[in-house]
Design a protein around this ligand. Structure first.
Ligand SMILES: Cc1ncc(COP(=O)(O)O)c(C=O)c1O
Length: 273
């Protein structure tokens, strides 16, 4: 319980009428700790703030959120994870958002992820999921609490040697992994799917895009058909917790860990949180 705070108090329960629970009416951030400090905190805060704006409720004060995240980080392993959930709060009968609601803040601390460290150096196996992502520009990009597409997609496989599943939209465009963003590299040019119809604009994706610009790499944010992913000489996925995972097996063939993923991993290791 000490690693869990609800509205600033040490507690691990929320009220039954909370709209986050009832409707997924809220947002979340999963933050990696590095040396006990929340890595990329300003980026997480910016996405959360944008999400609150999109859903139409006031984001709790940044200073308050930061203090609560740090207080949970202080009792969490220094290489662990802090998850922050902000919901619209409790109230309203039915979907209509109440005119006044006090947002709920939930902060939990967790140990370091149990992923095989060899995945970062040697790459992961990526499969293709049959669960599609629905298009919804009003929800695209933000990290809202409705993650049933990802839950169904992740339930499609139990083989622990497969780290991630690629999700497509209904027209067969590659969008993202179940819990990560996708990048392709070819001839020094990096491409990643646009996320204006579906998908989550990852914090690590944002870092990689900025890094690629400062390294002078070509950069394309655009439609990426599955056939292009299948033919890509270099693939990697990104996530704020795991960083950059090269893809070493996809759709029945093996890929080498590519030089661009390695350059970006080096830049991430050197990055100031
Ligand atoms: C659906 C989805 N897309 C992308 C990401 C990657 O986002 P971030 O880099 O902020 O971790 C996540 C992270 O959990 C996710 O759940």
């Amino acid at each position: 319980v000490s690693r869990c705070r609800v509205n600033g108090r040490v507690a691990d329960t929320v009220v039954a009428l909370d709209r986050g629970l009832n409707y997924g009416d809220g947002l979340f951030e999963t933050v990696r700790l590095v040396g006990g400090a929340p890595r990329f905190w300003p980026r997480h805060l910016a996405r959360l703030t944008a999400g609150c704006e999109r859903l139409g409720f006031a984001c709790p004060a940044a200073t308050l959120l930061e203090a609560e995240v740090q207080s949970v980080a202080d009792v969490t392993p220094p290489d662990g994870i802090v998850k922050l959930v902000v919901t619209r709060g409790a109230g309203g009968r039915g979907y209509r958002p109440p005119a006044t609601a006090e947002p709920t803040r939930i902060v939990t601390g967790h140990g370091a992820p149990a992923y095989d460290p060899a995945w970062t150096t040697g790459g992961i196996a990526l499969r293709v999921c049959s669960t599609h992502l629905g298009r919804n520009p009003r929800l695209a990009g933000i990290k809202h609490l409705n993650r049933l597409e990802q839950v169904l997609a992740r339930a499609e496989w139990t083989d622990d040697d497969v780290a991630e599943g690629l999700m497509l939209d209904a027209s067969g465009l590659a969008i993202c992994g179940t819990q990560s963003n996708l990048f392709l590299a070819r001839d020094g040019v990096l491409a990643t799917p646009r996320l204006d119809q579906c998908g989550v604009a990852g914090v690590m994706r944002g870092f990689v895009l900025e890094c690629a610009r400062s390294l002078g790499l070509g950069l394309e944010v655009r439609d990426v058909p599955l056939s292009e992913v299948e033919a890509a000489p270099e693939l990697f996925v990104t996530n704020a917790v795991v960083g950059i995972w090269p893809v070493s097996a996809f759709a029945g063939h093996r890929l080498p860990v590519g030089p661009i993923a390695q350059r970006l991993q080096a830049a991430l290791a050197a990055a100031v949180p």
